[in-house]
Design a protein around this ligand. Structure first.
Ligand code: FMN
Length: 227
């Protein structure tokens, strides 16, 4: 069992839903999982976890500033343990090349802006939550939807997240974490075995040395010349 932090930011709740889903998959694998919004505990000790996942939606072609700050603050610690990043966007809804490469561009910008190159990356389709938008956003999203999904009924919300894809991402992350941390503890066990063996050799050398000195002292005390 390892401890895993799933840190996320979310505007309308879809990234939070994905973070909790991923947390559930990792918990079912027997791990100790903490799912936390980055703004709830900005000083959280990331180094206290064996592995970390970070999630953010894309808003106006950028990830949430709170998530970017969190990553910049913890970049070295993140890179020092198994880690991954997942993003939610509308670009990932559209199964066309331009949209998919647009979603990848958001990730590429994030990597070059933060300097953190995650081991695992998940690009998931998000949601359109008309019920939570202000009137201007509702109109804008209706226009975008008219030319992409056709989902223009503003009296309801639309969820596009492919939960199987999210599950595959979480399982791949769990497999990697388990393999790497098992290898690490075997290595640590090997190191401590080596340390114990070298301590035993040092002890034996010391014992032989002490016995040699004792013999030499005894031999000098009982030489025939002194009898
Ligand atoms: C104000 C706003 C701006 C957005 N800008 C983009 C964007 O530039 N590109 C994109 O692909 N999706 C964009 N989206 C879609 C969100 O990434 C998507 O709805 C996601 O599911 C939101 O996740 P959340 O509920 O955790 O905030 C935007 C959504 C909102 C509300």
């Amino acid at each position: 069992m390892v401890s895993i932090l799933v840190a996320y930011g979310s505007g309308e709740g879809q990234t939070e839903k994905v973070a909790r889903y991923v947390g559930g998959v990792l918990t079912d694998r027997g791990h100790e999982v903490t799912v936390k919004r980055v703004t709830d505990d900005p000083t959280i000790d990331v180094g206290a976890f064996d592995a970390v996942l970070v999630g953010s939606p894309v808003n106006n072609r950028r990830h949430l500033p709170a998530v970017v700050e969190f990553v910049e603050r913890n970049r070295e610690v993140l890179a020092s343990r198994p880690n991954g990043f997942f993003q939610l966007s509308l670009a990932s809804i559209v199964p066309l090349r331009w949209a998919q490469s647009g979603a990848q561009e958001f990730v590429d910008d994030f990597v070059s802006n933060t300097g953190w190159n995650p081991d695992h990356v998940g690009r998931f389709a998000g949601a359109v939550k008309y019920s939570q938008y202000d009137p201007l956003e509702r109109v804008l999203f209706k226009l975008v939807s008219a030319v992409t999904t056709g989902d223009t009924d503003t009296s309801r919300d639309y969820e596009y997240t492919d939960w199987e894809e999210v599950e595959t991402f979480a399982v791949a992350f769990a497999n990697d974490v388990e393999a790497r941390l098992t290898a690490r503890s075997a290595e640590e066990r090997g190191m401590s075995g080596l340390k114990r063996a070298s301590q035993a050799v040092a002890g034996a050398v010391l014992l032989v040395g002490v016995a040699g000195v004792a013999y030499w002292v005894a031999a000098r005390r009982f030489t025939p010349a002194e009898c």
